[in-house]
Design a protein around this ligand. Sequence first.
Ligand SMILES: *[C@@H]1O[C@H](CO)[C@@H](O)[C@H](O)[C@H]1NC(C)=O
Ligand SMILES: *[C@@H]1O[C@H](CO)[C@@H](O)[C@H](O)[C@H]1NC(C)=O
Ligand SMILES: *[C@@H]1O[C@H](CO)[C@@H](O)[C@H](O)[C@H]1NC(C)=O
Ligand SMILES: [Ca+2]
Ligand SMILES: [Ca+2]
Length: 254
Amino acid sequence: MCISRPLPVRIMWTLVWFGVVASCLQFQSVSSQTSAPVTPCLTERLTGDNGTFTSPNYPNNYPDDQNCRYEISVSPPKVVRLTFTDFDVEQGYDFVHVYVGNTTDATQEIGKFDGTNIPRPLTSSVSSMTVRFSSDESVNKKGFQANYAAVDKEFADCAIGQFRCADGVTCLHAWKRCDGKNDCLDGSDEDASNCACQNVPRYLESGLCSASRKMTLPNPLDYTLTTVTQVQNSANSTASLALPGPSVTPKLKT
Ligand SMILES: *[C@@H]1O[C@H](CO)[C@@H](O)[C@H](O)[C@H]1NC(C)=O
Ligand SMILES: *[C@@H]1O[C@H](CO)[C@@H](O)[C@H](O)[C@H]1NC(C)=O
Ligand SMILES: *[C@@H]1O[C@H](CO)[C@@H](O)[C@H](O)[C@H]1NC(C)=O
Ligand SMILES: [Ca+2]
Ligand SMILES: [Ca+2]
């Protein structure tokens, strides 16, 4: 850092200050002369059923100011499974983002990684996945290496009290359904045709409908129940009556 302590004699201090400023300027011009020219990375399209890709220059350090995009697409109905095999990205400044589909829209992001921990394997719910790598204007690391493969989609077996998104792989707390906010990447929890409010007893009201003493079906107690009568007659409904206190979100005895 270009900082000096004050000296007791004022004239000395002034001289030292000019000396420090001059050496700072000199240092800056030297460092800007020696910084490497920026090579922008191109979008890489990966369309085989499996493959490997890396950050630019791997296994040497990646350059500054990168914004690389890797578009992976496999043959439907297969989906993409991504496995990192090496990972070293400047923590807090450079990042690897992973998105479901051929997009870098923030709403489709399923992971954002930096540092030196190898990220967990990630699986897309559709036949495409996009990886983005960004680096800032200083400090470079080795980067990453990753494999991808076309795999069969594994449908989630969501528990009672959960909602399965239309993508078939994501389970949410059922109270996140019809609450006015997109929680499924595909927005299926807010699908208006499934969010009509139904009249139910006060102890069952939830989410978007709670102001009107209504709830949506399938319901947070058991998403296999599709009518209000089924909900009211269910053991879970009876059980929830026995719970203490008012509950905006129906709870289950555990
Ligand atoms: C990758 O694809 C090739 C040819 O498409 C195939 O022979 C190979 O078994 C695949 N490897 C894996 C790990 O799926
Ligand atoms: C992704 O979308 C872009 C723009 O729509 C298109 O040009 C590109 O070919 C797509 N990539 C893949 C792998 O399908
Ligand atoms: C809620 O319903 C599920 C499925 O019908 C059942 O397995 C579970 O035991 C019920 N829970 C309670 C507390 O009754
Ligand atoms: Ca950096
Ligand atoms: Ca929601």
